[in-house]
Design a protein. Structure first.
Length: 94
């Protein structure tokens, strides 16, 4: 299968990008907002809006990733450790 490297790259990129989003958002939402800190409140609200805006795309990305992984398995292509690591981080980051 000629597209194996492309498929694996797609999976890795998608998981890395999601992992980075989760890390950034989680960090932003952990920041305490002091009373009267308008800029801090706006920053926190920005993270909440980003989660809301991304929710549908994130929910819809997992089925294609699973299908791609299953397709690669039919060609005896195991996922690199990097993919398994990212899947673990994404699934257990909350």
């Amino acid at each position: 299968m000629v597209l194996r490297p492309v498929a694996i790259s797609f999976i890795i990129f998608s998981l890395k990008e999601l992992s980075a989003f989760i890390k950034t958002t989680d960090s932003g939402l952990q920041t305490e907002v002091a009373e009267g800190d308008y800029d801090g409140l706006v920053d926190c609200m920005g993270h909440l809006i980003a989660v809301r805006d991304r929710q549908a795309a994130t929910d819809e990305m997992f089925d294609p990733l699973k299908e791609t992984i299953e397709l690669l398995k039919t060609y005896n292509q195991e996922m690199p450790e990097e993919v398994r690591c990212h899947i673990g981080k994404v699934c257990y980051s909350h």
